[in-house]
Ligand binder design. Structure first.
Ligand SMILES: *Cc1c(COP(=O)(O)O)cnc(C)c1O
Length: 478
């Protein structure tokens, strides 16, 4: 593509993106497509001759856009709502053009050092001590895999050479709550510990890990010949955003000499608000922490921040320097990012985090997160006073778990579950909002997650109006 064409298409694209970011409400949040629709609309094979970008862009608008789920829609309340903020999008555009491959300091001094600086800023804003060294991964799942790889290295120093053949490898145990994310399961499986090595600790009536049950499980396993290797505590669990008692858990881990990894993938940015800092008490004692700027920090997907107080253990587990990657500065101890992860090549993700932190500023971030929390609390009060709804979990951050439970209440648990599923489907079919569900204490529960930059009280009120209206219709039509 010659520079003149690049300019023409680039300018048109910027126009399109500006309209999109400002007006995603034009689209239904969930696309009105069935599985296979897009695949069938596209040619079975790549073109033999190159095609003009105009044709590619026309098909993008005609075929791709109608099959998009609009995570940038302010009515997106499912899973965890996220934002591709404009400064983050612009930084991604630059990062694509620069094509940095930051395996070695030498292959991108800028990406290597900006990663350290941007992660240092974020760490300090969240009140984690400087003893935490940071590295960027794509997702929290990969961060947790690396945390547990380091924990395995710490517990079994010869695992790197010997693998898991040693007899005590099969005795390794990992602990997390019943509400912890499935990425912990995947990490345990991938690290060769076997899924049975994972102990799911019961939670209290607020969905927080029971420290007494953790203590009992560790003691029980030690007696039975098990070797506790790591505990994963969560600040902001995925279903209810509950907060494990990290201070107590940290004390247990210190006494037992067990690696503590804190998963704050969603909630971590709330530590930037002084009033919310107490919910994070104890995380500064963790061995490692993960926070996802791509969740609640306005950074376009993907960017996960991993912080570790013992990054040397992770390097011990993974670092390998073949001859063709030797550098003089590497031998002098300059940080090479390939040493702290499975990936060799890494892209320039730090640029968008740096842009986001500078664009919003700490005050701007605090104000936006506080507004999301206010909106969730508002919605939560509407649920609390409505006779046909109930809230089923506390609201520590910006997610509300609730369910329809119409007056009269003759329904069986199965009928109530079915009603809630029908309400969810009906509300999502409007295209105005998108909510998702979970299961708590065996019952289907609806979730409203506030987290998009442009979500306002109007959008939350509209979600509530649709929920109450469809609940009334569906419960009277039975
Ligand atoms: C979302 C989430 C994850 C997984 O995040 P990815 O970045 O998509 O891997 C892990 N833990 C918690 C608590 C989460 O909310």
């Amino acid at each position: 593509m010659d520079p003149a064409d690049f300019r023409r298409h680039g300018h048109a694209l910027v126009e399109w993106i500006a309209d999109y970011l400002a007006g995603a409400e034009r689209y239904p949040v969930l696309p009105r497509v069935a599985p296979g629709d897009l695949r069938r609309a596209l040619p079975a094979a790549a073109p033999e001759q190159g095609e003009p970008f105009d044709a590619i862009f026309a098909d993008f608008e005609r075929l791709i856009v109608p099959a998009l789920t609009h995570w940038n829609h302010p009515g997106f309340f499912a899973y965890f709502a996220i934002t591709a903020s404009a400064p983050g999008v612009l930084a991604e555009f630059l990062a694509a053009a620069l094509n940095q491959q930051a395996m070695l300091w030498r292959t991108s001094p800028a990406a290597t050092e900006l990663e350290e600086v941007a992660l240092g800023w974020l760490r300090d804003l969240m009140g984690l001590p400087p003893s935490f060294e940071g590295v960027i991964y794509d997702t929290a799942s990969i961060a947790t895999l690396h945390a547990l790889a380091a924990a395995r290295q710490a517990a079994l120093p010869d695992v790197r050479a010997q693998g898991l053949g040693r007899s005590d490898a099969s005795a390794m145990r990992v602990y997390c709550s019943e509400q912890a994310h499935s990425s912990v399961d995947k990490a345990v499986i991938l690290l060769g510990l076997g899924h049975r090595a994972l102990r799911r600790i019961p939670v209290d009536d607020r969905f927080r890990m029971r420290a007494d049950a953790l203590r009992d499980a560790l003691a029980h396993d030690r007696v039975a010949g098990g070797m506790p290797m790591a505990v994963v505590a969560t600040i902001g669990t995925t279903s209810t955003t509950s907060v494990d008692p990290v201070g107590e858990i940290a004390a247990i881990c210190a006494r037992e000499q067990v690696w503590l990894h804190v998963d704050a993938a969603y909630a971590g940015p709330a530590a930037i608000i002084p009033d919310y800092r107490p919910l994070f008490t104890g995380w500064e004692q963790a061995d490692s922490v993960v926070v996802n700027p791509h969740k609640w920090l306005f950074t376009p997907f993907d960017l996960s921040a991993f912080y570790c107080r013992r990054m040397d253990v992770l390097r011990e587990a993974l670092a390998i320097v073949p001859e063709y990657l030797e550098t003089a500065e590497g031998q002098r101890g300059v940080r090479n990012l390939m040493d702290t992860g499975v990936q060799l090549g890494r892209r320039f993700r730090a640029l968008k985090l740096w842009a986001v932190l500078r664009h919003f500023g700490a005050a701007g971030i605090r104000a936006r997160l506080a507004e999301h929390i206010r909106l969730a609390e508002l919605f939560s009060r509407w649920v609390d006073v409505h006779p046909d709804f109930e809230r089923v979990a506390p609201v520590p951050f910006s997610v509300v778990c609730f369910r329809a439970r119409p007056r009269g209440g003759a329904e069986t648990p199965a009928e109530l579950d079915a009603l809630n599923r029908r309400v969810l489907d009906a509300v999502n079919a409007t295209g105005e909002v998108f909510l998702s569900h979970t299961q708590l204490n065996g019952a289907v529960v609806l979730r409203l997650a506030v987290g998009h930059e442009r979500t306002t009280e109007t959008h939350v009120a509209r979600a509530w109006e649709l929920l109450t209206r469809h609940t009334a219709q569906l419960s009277s039509s039975r």
